[in-house]
Each structure stands twice: as C-alpha cells, then as structure tokens.
Design a protein around this ligand. Structure first.
Ligand SMILES: CC(=O)N[C@H]1[C@@H](OP(=O)(O)OP(=O)(O)OC[C@H]2O[C@@H](n3ccc(=O)[nH]c3=O)[C@H](O)[C@@H]2O)O[C@H](CO)[C@@H](O)[C@@H]1O
Ligand SMILES: C=C(OP(=O)(O)O)C(=O)O
Length: 422
C-alpha cells in the first residue's frame, strides 16, 4: 500500500500534457482480440487498469509488447483461453468488455462478473439483452457470465433502455462479426464510443453513426489488423487538471486535449467565473478573484460526466455560496463528501443530492480514497488545503492517472509517495 503526501496552498502554474484515455484504451484493448492481424496502438496510458487488462488478454493468448512507454503491439491468437482468471477480471470494471469480442470471435466466453470501484450497482442486463438479441445463449453461473453461440451471431435491432457505455461497446464490438446488419438504438454517445468505432473500422469493420443515438453495424466475416491507431486524449484527466487549476486559483495550459470532449466541464467552470480559452488541442485555464457557486447534474454525454463529479465537489467546497450537485448515474459517488468534511468542507448529502456550502479554506489531514475519482478529488482538495494532507488507498488513483506525481511536481506541487502498511 502507498500513500501520497501533498503540501498544499500553492496555485498550479505551468503546462501539462494529457495522456491517452483510460476508458477508450481499455475498450480498444478488448476489441484487439477480434483483430486477424497485428495491431499497433499509440497514446496508451501506462496506468494500472491498462496493465491488468494487458495481463488478461495475454492470459487469453494474445502476444502483447510495449514498443515505447505509450505504444503497444498486439497479436491476437487464433485459439484462446476463453475463461480468464477471476482474480484478474475482478480487478477492474472494463473486463466486462471482454464478453462481446471473445464470444463473437471464438463462439464461447466465460468471464467473471467485473470488479472495479464501489460506486454503485453496476449490472450487465443490457449487455446480455443485446448479445442474446443477436442469438447468443447467455447465462449467469456462480458469478460468471457464460456465453455460447452455435454458429455466427445474427444482426438484430436492439434498443437499450438506458444509454449504457459498456453495453453499447460490447454489443457494437460483437455486431462487427455478426451476420447481417445490427441497428442499436438509444446508445451511449461518449467520445470513447466514437474512438472504439473508429478503431473497429480501421480493422475493416463497418460501423456507422457512433456519437449519435443510433449505431448501424454491417457485420463482416473477419477483421484484419491496423498498423497504427492513436487513442484519444483522456477527457477526465483533462477535466481533473482543469478543475485543479481552478481550485488552486492557478494558471494552467493543457496540451493534447480535444476541447469538444471537455465542453461540459468548460461550461461549468466558466459559469463559476473561471477563464477557459481553447486553441486547437490546447486549453488555458486561469482562475482568480471571486468565483461563483454552480449547480451540477451528472448525465450521459454530452451531459456533465459522473467521472468529474467528485473533483467538482472538492473545488466547489471552497467557492463562497451554495452549490447543488445531483448524481444521476452512480448512487455511491458521494462517499467523497465524508473525506472532504474531514478537511473542513461543509457538505450535506441527501440521497442523490449534495449541498455544498463554500468555506473559506480546507486544511490538510489524513484521508482515504474510496474510489478512483474520489481519490482525484482528494488530490485537488490537498492542493488547496493549508498544510499537509496524506491520502491513503492510492491504488484507486493509480487505476486512472498516468504519471500523476511527475505531472504535479512539474506544476510546482510538493508531492511524494511513501509506502505504508494500511
Ligand atoms: C470502463 C468505462 O468505460 N467506464 C465508464 C463507463 O462505465 P459503465 O460502462 O460501467 O457505465 P454504464 O454507462 O454502463 O452505466 C451507467 C448506468 O447504467 C446502469 N446499467 C449499465 C449497464 C447495464 O447493463 N444495466 C444498467 O442498469 C448502471 O448501473 C449505471 O447506473 O461509463 C460510466 C458512465 O459514464 C463511467 O462512469 C465509467 O468511467
Ligand atoms: C468509474 C470509472 O471507471 P470504471 O468504470 O473503470 O470503474 C471512472 O473512470 O471514473
């Protein structure tokens, strides 16, 4: 176990380069199992979720080699081990994305129900409904999702009751190898879905409409390889640094960003009185003077992302006035409030609503991350706080932030990591 020790109170100043998107990279790693030839992926973040996913796909039989600290070569096998070990699968949420590709390519899959952060109930009913709609026999057996297909999946019309990111991805991937056309309605529109669709098309799939409510996939018998595919920048890492700059009343230039993907975050920061300027793949965030409280409701993209809610809560805890946050996606994402309260914040949680009364400042103390974004929020709180903060459970933060300490050190932060027993 490690802890992060941060001496706060300084505005963030300087430039930071954003890494590749965790959620796009994880889905694309799963999709690589469907490739008939070598795939070279670039802009892959070297974070613990990616490392675990690589271990899983290697176990399944893929040959995976790092070509640099952010690029990988993958050669998927013809014969696989279709039941990766539960201990690995349970380490991350995105392992649920193995089901569609493995089933579609190899006809059988047995994948433990995924693990990941405890941010709420995370069923897979929509994934199962979609795959079953294409002719797969899917059942839940002692904590495993087990799927069979007798020949090839069959294209179908599938309506999602909720635009689930994972269900959209799983069904879209499987549909690439189905016979005939699949029409997926009420799908998720997140940028990671578009990135995955672009990658699949690079392998020879025929996916249209990603990024809209309806995705149409014309199935092909097999997919090829891809000489080079660069994953999009991480919009949640971008948002985290933007909010950290605002929270510390700093001045930060973010490089390797797609401004459109962070528009919901830019909009809320501007509403709070933070200056956000866009220029191609760069964003400049400048905060100072009096800021305004804002209300936030998390929604599927292009709404405000649930993965940025905790970081905004940390920021708003020192903005004078009352901010209201409504969490519509994951019911346990307010666990962070207790830790912020330890640091002096004034937050009341009532079901899916949190009321944040801005205080003059936070103070450093010992706190623990309860999930990945709660960890990011505590880092932001620590950057603002007077004195020293020790953040425990850093393994959550390591799931999703590439070189966090190095990046913050370059921005003038005093931060170090120490091994600890708890
Ligand atoms: C690896 C990855 O990409 N993770 C992201 C993905 O998670 P994930 O793909 O798990 O999130 P979903 O979009 O599927 O979940 C959203 C909501 O749908 C519900 N649901 C989902 C599937 C299902 O079969 N049945 C069902 O009821 C969930 O309980 C949740 O309330 O999207 C979330 C929502 O933007 C993000 O917070 C996660 O960072
Ligand atoms: C919830 C998240 O990820 P996952 O779905 O991988 O748990 C996240 O990235 O904030």
């Amino acid at each position: 176990m490690d802890k992060l020790i941060i001496n706060g109170g300084q505005p963030l100043q300087g430039k930071v380069r954003i890494s590749g998107a965790k959620n796009a990279a994880l889905a694309i790693l799963c999709a690589s199992l469907m490739a008939g030839d070598e795939v070279v992926l670039e802009n892959i973040p070297d974070i613990s979720d990616v490392r675990v996913m690589i271990d899983i796909i290697k176990y399944i039989g893929a040959e995976v080699n790092w070509l640099s600290n952010s690029s990988l070569s993958i050669i998927a096998p013809d014969v696989i081990v279709a039941d990766p070990p539960c201990a690995l699968v349970k380490k991350l949420r995105a392992s649920n994305l193995l089901l569609g590709p493995v089933l579609a390519r190899f006809g059988f899959a047995k994948v433990s129900l995924p693990g990941g952060c405890n941010i709420g109930v995370r069923p897979m009913d929509l994934h199962f409904k979609g795959l079953a709609g294409m002719g797969a026999q899917i059942r839940l057996e002692s904590g495993f999702a087990v799927g069979h297909i007798s020949d090839r999946l069959k294209g179908a019309r599938i309506y999602l009751d909720f635009p689930s990111v994972g269900a959209t991805e799983n069904i879209m991937m499987a549909a690439c190898l189905a016979e005939g056309q699949t029409v997926l309605e009420n799908v998720a529109k997140e940028p990671e879905i578009v990135d995955l669709a672009n990658f699949l098309n690079c392998l020879g799939a025929k996916v249209r409409g990603a990024g809209t409510d309806v995705i149409k996939v014309e199935g092909v018998p097999k997919l090829g390889g891809c000489v080079r595919y660069a994953v999009i920048p991480d919009r949640i890492e971008s948002g985290t640094f933007m909010v950290a700059a605002a929270a510390t009343r700093g001045r930060l230039v973010l490089e390797n960003v797609i401004p459109l993907h962070v528009e919901p975050i830019c909009a809320k920061l501007r509403e709070a009185g933070v200056q956000v300027d866009e220029d191609d793949d760069k964003l400049t965030v400048v905060a100072g003077g009096k800021l305004n409280p804002v209300d936030i409701k998390t929604m599927p993209y292009p709404g405000f992302p649930t993965d940025m809610q905790s970081q905004m809560m940390a920021f708003l805890s020192t903005v004078e006035g009352t901010s209201i946050i409504i969490e519509n996606i994951f019911e346990n994402r307010f666990q962070i409030a207790d830790e912020l309260i330890r640091m002096g914040a004034n937050i009341k949680v009532e079901g899916r609503m949190a009321v944040v009364e801005g205080v003059a400042g936070l103070y450093g103390t010992k706190v623990k991350a309860t999930d990945l974004r709660a960890g990011a929020a505590l880092v932001i709180a620590a950057l603002m706080a007077k004195g020293q903060t020790e953040i425990y459970n850093t393994h959550f933060i390591d799931r999703g932030y590439h070189m966090l300490e190095e990046k913050l050190t370059n921005l003038g932060v005093e931060i170090k990591r120490e091994h600890c027993l708890t």
